[in-house]
Design a protein around this ligand. Structure first.
Ligand code: NDP
Length: 444
């Protein structure tokens, strides 16, 4: 049996009931076959793949907090410190009822490659809780965040592990977590990214993942003889990534016509009104029905269906496994030409293969959404310097980073005889740097 097959089999045996983690490992290792087989003897002797897929440290802890009725609630807390070969652990904190260890591990594993692709010195990590901030009062959210940090503060720090936002963790949650960390440690340091601008945050961090997604998509189209201008776009999600993806798509001359949330989706043939979407989602924290009520051109549909819209470009920006084979078939039948993932692993493996086999340009999340973590690393640099850069400075660096990421993965795909396979290119380019650093640092 090949080394890759052996490791794939052992991942399933050693990590039962973690389907998202199995899926992420399989997707990466399958596309690394050609690289691994070229160095199989050495990698096997060093157990490089086993070390790569096993997190350096996994923290699981109790998070008790008191709700507004005086009732004690208990949630599970997680932080998976995946790989520190190229820098301190770096990755967001997800607050969502679906969170479990397998999901945090899949996200931490992906993060390791993504962070490597940015070219910046950051390792991979991820954390979270099954706490649901939706419908909670500010005081309840604060009580949860403080309790979460009461345990986690022992394991994080500006040079060891730097968490950030993710689903359910926005500026409010980061503020509460940072405040509690500072209180417990007495340290005013860059331990979180995505901070508010008044206490060490970076301009353009909020916009970075969505903007970066569009910079990379535009570059991918350009290198394939196309332009983003005048294209119609389907975006899923209505959160941080989706909102700023829609905004940048419009700035680049494209027309996003959809967005969605966990209950339904909007089709707006006039183009999404970003100011209204921000008002509904960022200010009122309301459902998309409110968008439709305020916008005559928009139609609201209950449930799933965003991928049935006829568009040139699809940008899944909500959550994992939200674009399945039947969705890919619908998009291809409607003439989609490019797909780039704003969310982490939103496209199933079958759907990804369907796109690739039907000539659709496909860029995976670990490259396409790396603008968020890249700008987090720029926030860390500003914190270390005790300086703040302007919006335009950060945005220009982001654009350069995203353009470089695309060319790195394009070059890697070409070098290994898989031109146009950006999934393989991203995995190979991300892997090679981490593998080299791990090998140089010995068996640790
Ligand atoms: P937000 O919480 O801001 O937004 C998530 C959006 O997706 C919301 O509109 C939410 O709906 C919707 N959503 C969440 N879960 C589901 C579900 N199960 N079914 C349908 N819709 C769902 O998160 P972000 O925008 O920050 O993150 C979105 C994705 O991007 C995630 O995969 C995240 O890991 C990834 N990502 C985020 C980065 C960042 O910088 N924020 C960086 C890189 C990747 P509702 O409004 O109803 O809650």
């Amino acid at each position: 049996m090949s080394y890759v097959d052996e490791v794939l089999q052992s991942v399933i045996e050693k990590n039962p009931a973690q389907p998202e983690f199995h899926q992420a490992v399989k997707e990466v290792l399958e596309s690394l076959r050609v690289v691994i087989e070229a160095n199989e003897e050495q990698y096997r002797k060093d157990a490089l793949l086993e070390r790569l897929i096993t997190p350096e440290r996994q923290l699981l802890f109790r998070v008790p907090w008191v709700d507004d009725k005086g009732q004690v609630q208990v949630n599970n807390g997680y932080r998976v410190q995946y790989n520190s070969a190229i820098g301190p652990y770096k990755g967001g904190i997800r607050l969502h009822p679906s969170v479990n260890l397998g999901i945090i591990k899949f996200l931490g594993f992906e993060q390791t490659f993504k962070n490597s692709l940015t070219g910046l010195p950051i390792g991979g990590g991820k954390g979270g809780s099954d706490f649901d901030p939706k419908g909670k009062s500010d005081r309840e959210v604060m009580a949860f965040c403080q309790s979460f940090i009461n345990e986690l503060y022992k394991y994080i720090g500006a040079d060891t592990d730097v968490p950030a936002g993710d689903i359910g963790t926005g500026a409010r949650e980061i503020g509460f977590m940072y405040g509690q960390y500072k209180r417990l440690t007495g340290l005013y340091e860059g331990v979180f990214t995505g901070k508010g601008l008044s206490y060490g945050g970076s301009l353009a961090r909020k916009e970075a993942t969505g903007y970066g997604l569009l910079y990379l998509t535009a570059e991918m189209l350009k290198c394939n003889g196309q332009s983003i201008e005048g294209k119609t776009v389907a975006v899923s999600g209505a959160g941080n990534v989706a909102i700023y993806a829609i905004q940048k798509a419009q700035q680049l001359g494209a027309k996003p016509v959809t967005c969605s949330d966990s209950t339904g989706w909007i089709y707006d043939p006039e183009g999404i009104d970003v100011a209204l979407l921000k008002e509904v989602k960022e200010v009122k924290r309301a459902r998309l029905t409110e968008y439709a009520a305020a916008r005559p051109s928009a139609v609201y549909h209950e449930g799933k269906g965003v991928w049935t819209a006829k568009v040139d470009i699809a940008l899944p920006c909500a959550t994992q496994n939200e674009l399945l084979l039947e969705d890919a078939k619908a998009l291809v039948a409607n003439g989609v030409m490019a797909v780039a993932e704003g969310a982490n692993m939103p496209t199933s493996m079958e759907a990804t293969e369907y796109f690739q086999n039907n000539g659709v340009l496909f860029c995976p999340g670990k490259a396409a959404n790396a603008g968020g973590v890249a700008t987090s690393a720029l926030e860390m640099s500003q914190n270390s310097e005790r300086l703040s850069w302007t919006f335009d400075e950060v945005d220009a660096k982001l654009k350069t980073i995203m353009t470089n990421i695309f060319h790195n993965l394009d070059d890697a795909a070409k070098k290994y005889g898989m031109e146009g396979n950006y999934v393989a290119g991203a995995n190979i380019a991300g892997f090679l740097k981490v593998a080299e650093a791990m090998t140089a640092q010995g068996i640790v």
